[in-house]
Design a protein around this ligand. Structure first.
Ligand code: FES
Ligand code: FES
Length: 156
């Protein structure tokens, strides 16, 4: 089947099998490899992208379901001149990553969280990111990064 998806403002059209997952379309057909595949079973959140502004685990969405819709990946968060998004800066400044494998999904889930709740508490950040797993950081610095990106004082 033929699928057309606007990804980070660019229209990508390709022939795919009916069962092609959105994450595979993003990585292989659009060539955007920041979005990781951790589990392929809806558990880890590494594959999180925005679909029409809402965070989704792209290993649980068929490319066909995104046909005609807009997808944003980590690559789409930076400014046109490569300027980092506030979340990209705060994850670096607050040491919200170690191996970095979970980070693209964490940042996209955080972007969605802040769009719905611009000034979350630390508990609200933890709750909002509970679908995203990190094996390295213990989450504390990830929460701090989201708090910093929201413009609030980081209270340790
Ligand atoms: S790869 Fe999609 S949730 Fe783990
Ligand atoms: S930084 Fe390694 S899994 Fe999160």
């Amino acid at each position: 089947m033929r699928v057309t998806i606007e990804i980070n403002g660019r229209t990508v059209t390709d022939e795919v099998e009916d069962r092609t997952l959105l994450v595979h379309f993003v990585r292989e057909n659009a060539g955007l490899t920041a979005t990781n595949i951790g589990c392929d079973t809806t558990s880890c959140g590494a594959c999180t992208v925005l679909l029409d502004g809402e965070s989704v685990k792209s290993c649980t969405v068929l490319a066909a379901q995104a046909d005609g819709h807009k997808v944003t990946t980590l690559e789409g968060l930076s400014g046109p001149d490569g300027e980092q998004h506030p979340l990209q800066r705060s994850f670096r400044e607050q040491h919200g990553l170690q191996c970095g494998f979970c980070t693209p999904g964490m940042i996209m889930a955080s972007a969605s969280l802040l769009a719905h709740n611009p000034k979350p508490t630390r508990d609200e950040v933890r709750e909002g990111l509970e679908g995203n797993l990190c094996r390295c950081t213990g989450y504390h610095n990830i929460v701090s990064a989201v708090i910093e990106a929201s413009g609030q004082e980081v209270d340790r």
